[in-house]
Design a protein around this ligand. Structure first.
Ligand code: S3P
Length: 452
């Protein structure tokens, strides 16, 4: 357990950075290549903890994977090609995405497989996955619908017609993965959420049909079609870039370009929110790589932000960025209102509740509802006191948001358990150093402090 101490604001900067590769696409590229036939080459795979858990899990299932430098080689054995012994255990670590998506690929597993995760993942509800996969024919054993959980597959899979109404891409993708392994046509009517799985399967020319309706997408997939291995290039993670975009906006006289970021519209809801609050973002050199849109993102500091009555329709497409958006709302003129955010409390930690606690510590007035928050912005916000961030259930996004708040608004912050960020964004602190900030890291056990 380590804590990080931030004593003052960061100075203005003009920089070009690269963030780590996209987590959602990294996990999908590994899982999908494990189902193909032959050697797939994945370039720029993320090296975050969640991806390492995915690789370890697939290796447990008999998939050969060699990951060196920027190249990951996955030797797929085709659909249902996992090869493993009885009673294996897969540890998903902190990764909800891996845990939920892999279950979709295990609906035909002949032996029971136990899935476990860390403390935070073990608190999350898996009913959103077990209910649809049960309809395919798979069975589950668990206490309270959470991890540890056992899945037992079946040889008699039936395709399903399912309404995914939470706007959960993990749930939608898990169903599509089960559909890949099931004879016949699986149909998902899914409330809008990130569409990486659909785009990926389309890019591989698999038989998937997507009909976009106003409020939901209708996705049809025809299963049991074997496919060949492929090459895939993973772009930068827009959710990771969000921390530095907001930091730049909140400072004075700073400019930032984030190179090579995935700007899939189902992931950039937060940029629309920023735009509505008066922030200006530019996409440069837009291009398509492996079925996804990629661009460089340019942003510069801005003096004023408007408050927002955030449209609920943007919730799902900004779900991982609300914490950082709340910082922008803290500096806006007027009251910003965010509602129907119950999904935010179902992440690695109850994020809506913890965000309210942190804002209160920062001296930002806010009203927390069951699934809503109103934030009373202060355009002159400056923090002069000591703030301790403790016990945030090792949530990487809470940690990174706290660091950005400290760098933007000042104060003396002590933030515990910094290693959580490695689950999604291992180069986070390195980038802050690149932007010119030196911080203190305190190693509790030996009472040593050192400057990084
Ligand atoms: C993800 C989907 C989202 C998101 C998570 C990654 C994915 O979760 O919060 O970080 O890669 O499919 P939900 O599906 O629970 O909304």
């Amino acid at each position: 357990m380590v804590k990080i101490v931030i004593q003052k604001k960061i100075k203005d900067f003009k920089k070009i950075i690269k963030v780590d590769s996209d987590k959602s696409l990294s996990i999908r590229s590994l899982l999908i290549s494990s189902q193909s036939f032959g050697l797939s080459k994945i370039i720029n795979l993320s090296k975050s903890g969640d991806i390492l858990s995915t690789i370890e899990g697939l290796k447990q299932l008999g998939i050969k994977i060699i990951f060196r430098n920027n190249l990951c080689c996955v030797y797929g054995n085709g659909l249902n090609g996992f090869d493993y012994k009885k009673n294996i255990l897969i540890d998903a670590g902190n990764s909800g995405t891996f845990a939920r998506l892999i279950l979709g690929l295990l609906v035909k597993s002949p032996y029971s497989i136990k899935l476990v995760g860390d403390k935070s993942l073990s608190k999350r509800d898996f009913r959103r996955i077990t209910i649809p996969l049960n309809q395919f024919g798979a069975s589950f054993k668990s206490k309270n619908y959470s991890l540890p959980l056992k899945i037992i597959g079946t040889d008699h899979l039936k395709p399903i017609d399912y309404f995914e109404e939470k706007g959960s891409a993990q749930c939608k993708s898990s169903i599509l993965f089960a559909g890949l392994n099931t004879p016949g046509k699986t149909i998902v009517k899914a409330k809008k959420s990130r569409d990486h799985t659909e785009l990926f399967l389309k890019y591989l020319k698999l038989p998937i049909k997507i009909t976009k309706k106003k409020k939901y997408d209708l996705i049809e997939i025809f299963g049991e079609r074997q496919f060949k291995s492929f090459n895939y290039i993973v772009p930068g993670d827009v959710s990771s870039s969000a921390f530095f975009i907001v930091l730049t906006l909140l400072l004075k006289n700073s400019k930032l370009t984030v190179k090579n970021v995935n700007i899939n519209p189902t992931r950039t809801g937060f940029l629309k929110i920023i735009n509505k609050m008066g922030g200006k973002i530019k996409f440069i050199n837009k291009r398509k790589i492996c079925g996804e849109i990629v661009a460089d993102i340019f942003v510069q500091s801005q003096k004023k932000f408007k408050s927002i009555n955030c449209p609920v329709s943007l919730n799902s497409n900004a779900i991982d960025e609300f914490l950082i958006i709340f910082l922008l709302a803290s500096k806006a003129s007027g009251v910003s209102r965010f509602k129907k955010l119950d999904e935010l409390n179902k992440k690695e930690s109850p994020r809506l509740k913890l965000a309210s606690e942190i804002l209160t510590k920062m001296g930002v007035k806010n009203e927390l509802g069951k699934d809503s928050i109103n934030i009373f912005g202060n355009p002159n916000l400056r923090i002069n006191k000591k703030i301790l961030i403790n016990n945030y259930r090792k949530d990487h996004r809470i940690f990174m948001t706290s660091v950005i708040a400290a760098l933007s608004f000042g104060g003396k912050w002590v933030i515990n358990d910094k290693d959580s960020y490695k689950s999604s964004f291992p180069s986070f602190l390195r980038i802050i150093r690149k932007l010119g900030y030196k911080f203190w890291e305190v190693i509790n056990k030996f009472k040593i402090s050192r400057q990084k």
